[in-house]
Design a protein around this ligand. Structure first.
Ligand code: SF4
Ligand code: SF4
Length: 314
């Protein structure tokens, strides 16, 4: 059971990306991290993505892993996709150079790869990049996703539209009786507002059936230093101080230093979810055309992935 994994207080979750629907990349990511010891995987709410993740687990001969799918509200950054206005774009290549997903080629965005991280928007001097929100209609996607067999649904409750948050959360609660995860941050809420939202969302749920994913800065990871992970630790502290009957998972800017910093700060987390940094360190191996045929590629990928997983599970 997923609860047993969370009860170890050393749960490492690999975040493949709520908007990442590039199935071959996901298969490789799940395969590497499963062999490295990860047992909890966060995926886009997409049937094909779930199927390839399961295939990767079979290939890695891992049977005791758990899957989570992520869904969001409109304009949640995790479900945004970059679009380019060609009346403004001068094809300078700056966006392509910073995209962590290699989602841009010659000023064209490959939607299945884009995770809405915002890096391209920040560097575009021509203000040619904007975003479209691709939040999913829960009533359309959830029934088939649940039928496919997932252990957890993560709801990205970032934003201020209380009505949308409440109605979607209610729908998820009414239709799924497994572990639910609330991913939220202080980005648009005060500390008090964050705590109030969590309390409201867990009201009526059984103790320890909810994960609160304390997101520092969503999708900000990439560097392996204390500064990148500081906000995740700070957000977790706010949740921890409330002594709520929830599992606490750090995320957003997490890296190999997160567990160490959290322990130094007295944060008693149950798990750490790592996305941007985990994907970045194995990207050069994932991108290899001989990934499946050259065992050396996977051995080299494991050399960088395993210390990250071990930093949490040991
Ligand atoms: S950074 Fe802006 S101007 Fe340059 S290629 Fe990208 S979209 Fe076009
Ligand atoms: S930089 Fe981020 S938002 Fe822009 S295309 Fe790449 S993944 Fe999408």
């Amino acid at each position: 059971m997923l609860k047993n994994l969370l009860d170890t207080k050393h749960c490492f979750k690999l975040v493949c990306g709520a908007g990442n629907e590039e199935v071959e990349d996901i298969k490789r990511l799940v395969y590497i991290y499963a062999i490295a010891g990860c047992r909890f995987f966060d995926l886009s709410a997409n049937e094909q993505v779930i199927s390839v993740a399961k295939e990767a687990l079979n290939l890695a001969r891992v049977e005791d892993a758990y899957l989570c799918v992520s869904v969001g509200i409109k304009n949640d950054p995790h479900v945004n996709k970059a679009i380019i206005d060609y009346d403004r774009c001068v094809n300078c290549g700056a966006c392509e150079a910073v995209c962590p997903q290699s989602a841009i080629h010659y000023a064209k965005v490959k939607k299945t790869k884009c995770i809405g991280c915002g890096r391209c928007w920040k560097v575009c001097s021509r203000a040619a990049i904007s975003y479209v929100s691709e939040e999913k209609d829960l009533k359309e996607v959830l029934p088939s996703i649940i039928e496919k067999g997932v252990d957890c649904i993560e709801f990205h409750a970032m934003g201020v539209d209380e009505e949308e948050i409440n109605s979607k959360w209610q729908y998820i609660n009414d239709n799924f009786d497994g572990v639910l995860s609330i991913c939220t941050s202080r980005g648009k809420l005060s500390d008090e507002g964050l705590v109030d939202r969590i309390k409201q969302m867990i009201n009526g749920r059984k103790p320890y059936t909810t994960i609160v994913q304390a997101d520092g800065f969503p999708m900000s990871g990439g560097d392996d230093d204390y500064k990148s992970t500081l906000q995740a630790v700070a957000t977790a502290e706010i949740v921890q101080n409330e002594k709520l009957p929830v599992y606490i998972m750090l995320s957003g800017g997490t890296n190999e230093k997160t567990a160490e910093l959290a322990k130094m700060c007295g944060i008693l987390y149950d798990g750490i979810a790592v996305g941007s940094y985990a994907r970045k360190i194995v990207k050069r191996f994932i991108d290899r055309s001989d990934f499946w045929s050259n065992s050396r590629v996977i051995e080299d990928a494991l050399e960088v992935a395993k210390p990250l997983v071990d930093s949490v599970i040991i």
